[in-house]
Design a protein around this ligand. Structure first.
Ligand code: MV4
Length: 447
């Protein structure tokens, strides 16, 4: 097992990883930008190294600075958390070259799944269901037109690199295709340095259901059930839950098999997530695989009782995962509480938190790096806290979440708590009658 892990991240996830390291008897090194010098991850790590100014590109994204911090503190492994360098194959490669274990999959697994056209090709070979579309990569309008003639409209253009919805373009009629291809190409080039794209038939009003999987270095791959992340706004998830209220036991088995096949396509090792779209007829399609720990992993921890970060560290150290099928018990829901003004187009709301009461009680977990006196800076994401509840049923979990949100006091800045409270009282949410357009649709009605 590792002696000392450097956490190449900040905020709640850095704290989350430190907590597991402490329970495993592993020493920790925090890295921080000058904007984060008073953060809890700095306080609770055994050692801390300042790696630069607030700008992420000069601190949390700086590979040389992070490697140097690991070398001077003699850390034998680096945990990347989520975001920043978590899915950067070059970083994973440089860690290996520096004799530091990257706690995650190999660079090859990251690059294969990071290239969405390559990932789709692998899924096709494995028999994982895909949305109808082209094979390989497209580069211009002429190629796009040929695909469109075959699959028809509406369709969706997606960048080969990237993921998570950035740079995607929906096209509903032929006359708009040429323009859409040009815009999609330039956006993809600007965001990912790669203008290649692919086209799929549009799945209207889908649900987002993803499976948590884990694979070890001995070829064992297991799943820990699914998360339903359908409640999103502009590709930012607001609420996640497990189990998904749309799955039957039969469909869950089928999707879990597909998720495991997806992971097997690269002999996946580490923890990861396989994302699917589910349509109105409950047909499902592979979207992408994320090769990192995800923000919403605690809902899976709640229903499975597994510490996913602990498993991730054990796998990286060459230990075996438990092959026994995990029992999943109860219903868990997570809210991502952001420092945003919901009445002002979700504009971020940085500033000093003057009062802070973190909720508690039975079946409650709050992952946060914030406290009264903490300054939410404008440099990074606006996540204040993740509130996770566990109860016997979905109905009880919703009731519990409403109780918990009432206890959550954050003063001095605007938060998304009022929006969360509203959603949990809405008939359509309670009755499981929604899709990925739910939040955007509500906004149209409200303005
Ligand atoms: C789609 C789709 C409809 N049809 N693909 C968005 C994130 C990226 N991973 C894939 N995404 C989508 N791909 C086809 N063929 C709709 C979305 C999508 C979406 C997916 C999940 C959750 C929220 C979403 C919001 C808008 C669009």
């Amino acid at each position: 097992m590792f002696n000392k892990i450097l956490i190449a991240n900040r905020g709640e996830v850095a704290l989350r990883i430190i907590r597991t390291c402490k329970e495993m008897g592993i020493k920790t090194v925090a890295v921080y930008s000058t904007a984060d010098k008073d953060s809890l991850h700095v306080r609770f790590a055994d050692e801390a190294v300042c790696i630069g100014p607030p700008s992420a590109s000069l601190s949390y994204l700086s590979i040389p600075k992070i490697i140097a911090a690991a070398e001077i503190t003699d850390a034998d492994a680096i945990h990347p958390g989520y975001g920043f360098l978590a899915e950067n194959a070059e970083f994973a490669e440089i860690c290996a070259d520096s004799n530091i274990v990257f706690i995650g999959p190999t660079p090859e697994m990251i690059s294969k799944m990071g290239d969405k056209s390559t990932a789709k090709e692998l899924m096709k070979q494995m028999g994982v269901p895909l949305v109808e579309g082209n094979e390989g990569k497209l580069f211009d309008y002429e190629e796009a037109r040929k695909v469109a003639d075959k699959i028809g409209f509406p369709l969706i253009i997606k960048p080969s690199s990237g993921g998570g919805g950035k740079g995607m373009r929906i096209v509903r009629e032929h006359d708009h295709l040429e323009k859409a291809v040009e815009i999609a190409k330039s956006e993809a080039l600007a965001a990912f340095g790669d203008e290649s794209f692919y086209i799929e038939k549009l799945i209207e009003n889908p649900r987002h259901v993803e499976f948590q999987i884990m694979g070890d270095k001995f070829g064992t791959i297991v799943h820990l059930g699914e998360r339903d992340c359908t409640i999103q706004r502009r590709h930012q998830k607001l609420i996640e839950e497990s189990p998904s209220p749309i799955l039957t036991e039969e469909l869950r088995e089928k999707m879990a098999d597909a998720a495991i096949k997806a992971a097997q396509s690269v002999n996946y090792e580490s923890v990861g997530t396989v994302e699917f779209l589910v349509d109105k007829n409950l047909d499902f399609y592979f979207m992408e695989m994320n090769t990192r720990i995800q923000v919403e992993h605690p809902v899976t921890e709640a229903v499975s009782g597994v510490d996913i970060v602990k498993e991730q560290i054990r796998i990286a150290a060459g230990e075996r995962i438990n092959k026994k099928k995990q029992k999943l018990i109860g219903h868990s829901i997570e809210c991502r509480i952001n420092a945003e003004d919901i009445d002002n187009n979700f504009q971020s709301s940085p500033g000093l938190i003057t009062a802070f009461n973190s909720p508690g009680g039975n079946g409650v977990r709050v992952d946060t790096h914030c406290f009264a006196g903490f300054n939410m800076t404008p440099y990074y994401d606006s996540l204040i806290a993740k509130v996770i509840v566990l109860a016997n049923t979905r109905e009880e979990a919703i009731t519990r979440m409403l109780r918990v949100l009432d206890e959550f006091i954050v003063e001095g800045i605007k938060t998304t708590i009022p929006l969360h409270k509203k959603i949990f009282r809405e008939k359509k949410f309670i009755e499981n009658d929604y899709d990925t357009n739910y939040i955007e649709k509500r906004e149209e009605i409200e303005v």
